[in-house]
Write a protein that binds this ligand. Structure first.
Ligand SMILES: [Mn+2]
Length: 303
């Protein structure tokens, strides 16, 4: 077996020829930010835990019969955290994601609390974009603890600008339920999804999407390392099947995995989060329309 140098600050620890900024398709942006956590703090340690755990992932994905790493995965430096200024933090993330997009790369954000996804989503002004959220919580409050940019308001701020849909919900306030019926936001409750992923009608999802995954969409038995763990969540294969159906034949403009809050004596959830990141890359590589569109755009503006 070929001896490869392993970089501790790279997703998968892959060698330079598979991880250069110029040639990689996927671009990991770690954002260690968790200013507004309301229960367990520590999502700031999420990106590092995911990158560390990723070194144990088998590069070949036997289910997909390919190695997604062949497309190249660059890992960028962490976004430095601005304390006490959520909007300033969102602006920094937006700038860094803009840089990734100008390289022609697909942004992959590692949180951090869910608010970090706003900085990524804000780089897209496409009116036909839908933001697809996987999350135990509604995150549709207008404000939370006096903050419009709390993690609990994430999807509400997205809904100010884009169409959105939410999957895996099992904790939501009455006011949020009223809001979703008022705005006709498609919401799928975890209880109705488990064991029935293939029966969900996903025709309403347009071609262009951004996917945001709060790790607590997974059940707390396999994902205890969440900032706000909830019982009754989806299993690994539920989430993978759902993502495969969402990604197939669509264009994914970017995605994020957020809210991993690592525990010192249980690395399994860190590995699960890392493997989910790699699985989404594989599903995009195999089933999305991304590569077809990228291949025909020949350096023209990619939007
Ligand atoms: Mn959540």
């Amino acid at each position: 077996m070929e001896e490869i140098e392993c970089s501790s600050w790279k997703f998968l620890g892959i060698p330079d020829r598979y991880s250069s900024l110029e040639s990689s398709y996927f671009h990991i942006l770690p954002v260690p930010y968790d200013a507004t956590s309301s229960y367990v703090a520590g999502a700031r340690f999420g990106p590092r835990a995911i990158i560390e755990a990723s070194h144990q992932i088998e590069l070949y994905d036997a289910e997909l019969a390919m190695a997604p790493a062949d497309l190249g995965i660059a890992t960028h430096d962490e976004v430095p955290v601005v304390a006490g200024d959520p909007e300033g933090m969102i602006a920094r993330i937006e700038e860094r994601v803009g840089e990734i997009r100008s390289l022609g790369g697909l942004p992959v954000i590692l949180g951090g609390e869910h608010t970090v996804a706003l900085g990524s989503i804000r780089t897209f002004d496409d009116s036909d974009l839908m933001v697809v959220s996987l999350d135990a919580h509604g995150d549709l409050r207008d404000t939370y603890q006096g903050n419009r940019y709390s993690h609990a308001c994430f999807l509400r701020r997205v809904s100010d600008e884009h169409e959105c849909a939410a999957f895996g919900i099992r904790s939501i306030s009455k006011a949020e339920v009223n809001f979703i019926s008022q705005k006709s936001i498609p919401v799928f409750y975890a209880r109705d999804m488990i064991g029935a992923i293939d029966a969900i009608d996903l025709e309403f999802i347009p071609e262009k999407i951004y996917i945001t995954i709060d790790i607590d969409v997974l059940d707390c038995s396999i994902m205890p390392s969440a900032g706000t763990p909830e019982p009754g969540g989806l299993g690994w294969y539920d989430v993978v099947s759902l993502l495969e159906r969402i990604i197939t034949s669509r264009r994914i403009l970017g995605f994020d995995v957020v809210e991993l809050c690592p525990q010192p004596h249980n690395v399994a959830p860190d590995f699960t989060a890392a493997k989910l990141v790699y699985k989404v890359m594989g599903l995009i590589a195999k089933y999305s329309r991304n590569r077809e569109v990228d291949a025909t755009s020949h350096g023209q503006e990619k939007k």
